[in-house]
Design a protein around this ligand. Structure first.
Ligand SMILES: Nc1nc2c(ncn2[C@@H]2O[C@H](COP(=O)(O)OP(=O)(O)OP(=O)(O)O)[C@@H](O)[C@H]2O)c(=O)[nH]1
Length: 204
């Protein structure tokens, strides 16, 4: 077993320990909120509404346990150009394929929701930003290898902004916003890359 594989196994075990609690809390919250679209119709990923419930639970759990978690905002690069060149239907197929790649390369306890048209939010319970970085590297390699069958042989890439829980975060939305801010920086700095939110450094 390679070092990479050992790390994945250890991460998976740690995440499974906390998984049952999160699932039960999620079911309760969902009942209280009534009808919500749980799943995104196109990709089959969790809906944004479901992720907001999960994110709030994971936030509270991390505070009580004094543990951590990370949020990764993932956004397709130059997706408008794919739509313009090949049409919206092909764009939809690309979205579905990328969603599958994300599902295949996340770890067992990680949750993915379609957060906006061409973007996803990945929740990584009990995980540091460094662990999120490893997940990004796996996704990046998988996308390079994936055959999207474009006539112009273009590759599909994503940018990612990661934020790990910090003391100043008061709710899940705070972390999601920090991840979104660094996603914007990843786009500005050339795309196909990951940026990590560093609130301590930003205060200096
Ligand atoms: N096919 C398809 N396109 C979508 C969907 N939702 C959003 N889009 C498209 O996603 C594109 C987003 O464009 P931009 O926000 O400019 O992003 P971008 O072209 O990926 O550029 P960067 O984010 O800067 O890399 C637009 O062309 C939207 O029409 C969808 O469900 N299906």
């Amino acid at each position: 077993m390679s070092l990479e594989q050992i790390i994945i196994v250890v991460e998976t075990i740690l995440i499974m320990i906390g998984g049952g609690y999160i699932f039960n809390q999620y079911q309760q919250q969902k009942k209280q909120q009534g009808e919500i679209a749980e799943v995104d119709e196109l990709t089959g990923d969790l809906s944004r509404a479901s992720m907001v419930i999960l994110g709030d639970i994971v936030f509270e759990q991390a505070r009580v346990r004094n543990s951590t978690f990370s949020v990764a905002m993932i956004d397709l690069d130059n997706f408008g150009d794919i739509n313009d060149t090949y049409g919206f239907d092909v764009g939809d197929k690309v979205l579905t394929s990328v969603a599958q790649v994300l599902q295949q390369h996340k770890r067992q306890g990680d949750k993915i929701s379609r957060w906006r048209g061409q973007g996803w939010l990945m929740l990584l319970p009990e995980s540091s930003a460094t662990e999120a970085q490893r997940v990004f590297e796996r996704i990046q390699s998988a996308l390079y290898e994936h055959d999207f069958s474009f006539k112009d042989k273009r590759t599909v890439t994503v940018s990612m902004g990661v934020a790990e829980l910090c003391t100043d975060d008061t709710c899940f939305d705070d972390i999601a916003k920090r991840a979104d801010t660094v996603l914007f920086h990843a786009k500005q700095d050339g795309k196909n890359q990951l940026k990590v939110s560093q609130p301590e450094r930003e205060l200096d």
